[in-house]
Design a protein around this ligand. Structure first.
Ligand SMILES: NC(=O)c1ccc[n+]([C@@H]2O[C@H](COP(=O)([O-])OP(=O)(O)OC[C@H]3O[C@@H](n4cnc5c(N)ncnc54)[C@H](O)[C@@H]3O)[C@@H](O)[C@H]2O)c1
Ligand SMILES: O=C(O)C[C@H](O)C(=O)O
Length: 325
């Protein structure tokens, strides 16, 4: 029996993140080594010639799982009957900008794409918003896709989770995989909160193992929050391969399950932890059988509460700034 291909949309397909993402998707890194896919690539009209070159390269890899490729500059065509979408296409920030400076430039894109998803995507589709400001773009897309299930559209905070995991593991002198129950809360912005309060290494509390709370507050949290800026300063361009890798991790765990590992995902709030309903906020979650389960009922200490309130306040400001749309 042959397995039917899944239709996977990628917007911004001629951009730098897509240049890492597409090849790993076609290799099977998200949907598994037995699952063929069809890539449905979306770009703006002027980028279609460059995208043609990317398509040629994909063809030249002779990926056994790549069943077909289609290209469009119309979201209504690119999102037809899709099973999954990576919404990457949008403007990246340059030096001296914050991600929220992209709000007005990118909001219109996510309004149109939310509508197209609402009309065209399979009702079971899983959507990841990568384009910045990712949380608020996802919130816009959700507002314009009222017929999709509650958790169909998510935003990416996994890059921040991976960054924090790597830094914490290095400080503790353990493998990255040993760091568990880490959470990154809030906005994918400098206010994000990398929370080690519940983190463990082989059952031992990570804060006890590292034992340096000043380092956590004064170095780890700002380093993770400013990592995107540090990469722009160093590369002259925003992170790309690590962003594509985080998108793959997010979607793979959602599709194939995270086991008992907590992952951080930007999810529309259901009111847990006092987060305003519907606000798209980074929270800890588990993924099982293609569903997302929020990690509920965690005790937040006073520091965590303050950090969470700060990032939520920023998300509320962003939401207010695009409310007219
Ligand atoms: N959430 C995260 O953790 C994270 C991490 C890294 C980058 N990003 C964001 O991802 C986005 C893409 O980054 P990049 O480095 O690939 O940028 P890029 O400029 O290299 O590529 C973006 C592509 O999107 C295309 N595009 C623009 N408007 C579009 C539209 N309406 N429909 C379809 N395609 C469109 C452009 O033509 C371009 O090819 C940026 O907003 C960046 O800030 C997010
Ligand atoms: O920082 C950026 O603008 C790109 C991305 O969001 C990142 O965190 O690397």
């Amino acid at each position: 029996m042959t397995t039917a291909p899944l239709r996977v949309a990628v917007s911004g397909a001629a951009g730098q993140i897509a240049y890492s993402l597409l090849f790993r998707l076609a290799k099977g890194d998200v949907f598994g080594s037995g699952q063929p896919i069809h890539l449905s690539l979306l770009e703006i009209t002027p980028a279609l010639p460059a995208l043609r070159g990317v398509v040629m390269e994909l063809e030249d890899c002779a990926f056994p799982l790549l069943n077909g490729i289609s290209v469009s500059d119309d979201p209504a065509v690119a999102f037809r009957d899709i099973d999954a979408a990576f919404l990457v296409g949008s403007r990246p920030r340059g030096k001296g900008m914050e991600r929220r400076d992209l709000l007005s430039a990118n909001a219109a894109i996510f309004k149109a794409q939310g509508r197209a998803l609402n009309e065209q995507a399979k009702r079971t589709a899983k959507v990841l918003v990568v384009g910045n400001p990712a949380n608020t773009n996802a919130w816009i897309a959700i507002r314009h896709a009222p017929d999709l299930p509650h958790d169909a559209i998510t935003s990416m905070i996994r890059l921040d989770h991976n960054r924090a995991q790597a830094q914490l593991a290095a400080k503790a002198g353990v493998d990255v995989t040993a760091v568990e129950r880490l959470a990154v809360w809030g906005n994918h912005s400098p206010t994000m909160f990398a929370d080690w309060q519940h983190a463990v290494v082989q059952g031992r509390p990570l804060p006890d193992l590292i034992g340096d709370h000043a380092w956590y507050r004064d170095t780890l949290i700002p380093t993770v929050a400013q990592r995107g800026t540090a990469i722009i300063e160093a590369r002259g361009l925003s992170s790309a391969a690590s962003a594509a890798n985080a998108a793959i991790d997010h979607m793979r765990d959602w599709v194939q399950g995270s086991g008992d590992r907590w992952v951080s995902m930007g999810l529309a709030s259901e009111g847990d932890y006092g987060l305003p309903q519907g606000l798209v906020c980074g929270v800890p979650a588990l993924c099982r059988d293609g569903r997302i389960e929020r990690v509920r009922g965690l005790e937040l200490d006073a520091f965590a509460r303050r950090m969470l309130d700060r990032t939520v306040a920023e998300l509320m400001e962003e939401r207010a700034a695009v409310a007219d749309l």
